[in-house]
Design a protein around this ligand. Structure first.
Ligand code: NAD
Ligand code: WQD
Length: 339
């Protein structure tokens, strides 16, 4: 059973390739290496004993994408991770985000329709909900005006897949990730943020290891128990496993609609200070942090209602906050050894 993983050398993609191979799939990765390294392919092989196929090209190159799919008509499905993902950069360079995130999806779908490749799993995000009116947020919550161009590309992408499925054989599962963190237990793959990270967990571990001087906590005046913002952090391997379930669901015809949407979170919200305290406890390192202004565009609190995913997919996140943060810390310690 052959499957295409776009963005498969990236953070979530690489962990998903491992789970797919361990689930019996033959994987071909397409990645332009704009935010990842080819060495990830070898590290995947070290974990699974199987080297995934790898082709380096840009999915916004229509001819290359259509040509690739023409030569891989036997694909059972596509898992589409490839996208630009920095919220801040998307506000500064909106056209880069519309171009990369939308064209890559459009050409992929065009090639899938041409070659009767039916199943797509798409990386969406909880960012499509903005600040939900009710928590935990369910998949039925209204989609509000996007807070960033990045978020807008995820909303439009979901719509593109839904509309494309109406007129042909395409089936899709849209997975709305909450906040993925941590790394593979082998510490052979993990997140490799280029430059200064935007996200909380890599910023914490980089500060603790001495790569960053101070961690800024963006606001302590939110309407939350300790005043800092609350998120639903989920381990990347738990997330990866859900992709294998989603793909199998479509291949075996268990999907209840042509396009289905699932929240991928733990169902638990944790505040920034709770994350910092947990990190200090498990690592024994005192973090240099200070409270600053709120970060523009941040929402106050969000966590997932995971009932639908738990019941329908038979999938549930297994790792708690301490285990996830330890996993992220072990990865940072491993990166230190590599330099
Ligand atoms: P990542 O940057 O590590 O991986 C994305 C990969 O896609 C990279 O390897 C990059 O080189 C590749 N890529 C980008 N544009 C491409 C193109 N045009 N052609 C070919 N390859 C291309 O990001 P990630 O954290 O693994 O995220 C994967 C997906 O999940 C993205 O769609 C992202 O928007 C989504 N997502 C991520 C998070 C998160 O916090 N990490 C949360 C929700 C959703
Ligand atoms: C978490 C919390 C920050 C850094 C983003 C995207 C979202 C999704 C995941 C892709 C917030 C606070 C952070 C720091 C801090 N990505 N923080 N100091 O903003 O929930 O989500 O990544 O789809 O779309 O928006 O994640 O890790 O940046 O922040 O205090 O140095 O940590 O304010 O409350 P976020 P994050």
């Amino acid at each position: 059973m052959k499957v295409l993983v776009t963005g498969g050398t990236g953070y979530i993609g690489s962990h998903t390739v491992v789970e797919l191979q361990q689930g019996g799939f033959e994987v071909i990765i397409v990645d332009n290496l704009s935010n990842s390294y080819e060495s990830v392919v070898d590290n995947i092989e070290k974990i699974t004993g199987i080297k995934p196929g790898f082709e380096k090209f840009d999915l916004t190159d229509r001819d290359k994408t259509l040509d690739f799919l023409k030569h891989h008509k036997d694909l059972k499905g596509v898992i589409h991770f490839a996208a630009s993902k920095s919220v801040g950069e998307s506000v500064e360079k909106p056209l880069k985000y519309y171009h990369n995130n939308l064209l890559s999806l459009i050409y992929l779908l065009e090639g899938m329709v041409q070659n009767n490749i039916d199943n797509i799993v798409f990386s969406s995000s909880c960012t499509v909900y903005g600040q939900p009116d009710e928590l935990p947020v369910t998949e039925k919550a209204p989609i509000k005006k996007a807070w960033s161009t990045y978020g807008h590309t995820k909303q439009i992408s979901e719509q593109i897949i839904e509309n494309t499925s109406i007129s042909n054989g395409i089936k899709g599962i849209l997975l709305r990730y909450f906040n993925p963190i941590g790394a593979h237990d082998s510490v052979l793959i993990g997140e490799l943020p280029i430059g200064s990270p935007d996200n909380l967990i890599p910023f914490i571990t980089q500060t603790a290891i001495g790569k960053r001087e101070v961690l800024r906590v963006f606001g302590d005046d939110y309407d939350t128990p300790d005043g800092t913002a609350v998120r639903d952090y989920i381990h990347v391997v738990d997330l990866a496993k859900a992709h294998v379930v989603a793909l199998n669901r479509m291949i075996t015809g268990k999907n209840q609609a042509k396009v289905e949407i699932f929240n991928l979170g733990t169902g638990w919200g944790h505040s920034v200070l709770e994350v910092i305290n947990t990190f200090e406890k498990i690592s024994g390192v005192k973090l240099n942090y200070r409270i600053t202004e709120r970060r523009p565009g941040d929402i106050e609190k969000v966590w997932a209602d995971t009932q639908f995913a738990n019941q329908e997919l038979g999938w549930k996140a297994s790792k708690g906050l301490e285990e996830m943060i330890l996993s992220a810390w072990n990865w940072e310690l491993e990166l230190k050894k590599r330099v």
